[in-house]
Design a protein around this ligand. Structure first.
Ligand SMILES: [Zn+2]
Ligand SMILES: [Zn+2]
Length: 137
């Protein structure tokens, strides 16, 4: 069974998740694009209750992006570690794929908000594409 581990770029915060990912998503929405500074954003979805910070808990800060969305990041190096959304995605943490050690084996299974996808960006044909989101993510 694949477990998940990861850390921020300075290494002061690290995390562990004892189970396989629930979902792997590439998001093309304009909010994520601004928030991350990247043309698309990739997330590994896990259960919040089972995500364990193994180091640096005291450095984890949160930024309220919208009334529903929070971004959790390292206060020292600024690396975003995960997002949460207690309304739409209650109980879930969306780990930033780039912080996950197992990123090579976690290709996105779905691309969401493709209506906002940059026209020059090439994405995988093997993932399912949605104009916005599926009813059950
Ligand atoms: Zn850091
Ligand atoms: Zn997004």
């Amino acid at each position: 069974m694949q477990t998940i581990s990861g850390q921020c770029s300075c290494g002061k915060i690290s995390y562990h998740y004892p189970a396989p990912a629930l979902q792997v998503v590439a998001c093309h929405c304009s909010m994520c694009r601004r928030m991350t500074g990247a043309p698309l954003s990739s997330y590994v979805v896990v259960k919040q209750a089972e995500l364990v910070l193994t180091r640096g808990q005291e450095l984890l800060k949160s930024y309220t992006v919208t009334s529903r969305t929070q971004r959790h990041f390292c206060a020292d190096c600024g690396t975003p570690l995960y997002n949460s959304n207690q309304e739409t995605y209650a109980g879930l943490s969306m780990l930033y794929l780039g912080t996950v050690d197992q990123h090579e084996s976690l290709a996105p299974r779905m691309d969401i908000f493709c209506e906002n996808k940059l026209s020059w960006l090439t994405t995988s044909d093997s993932s399912r594409h949605f104009e916005q989101t599926p009813r059950k993510p």
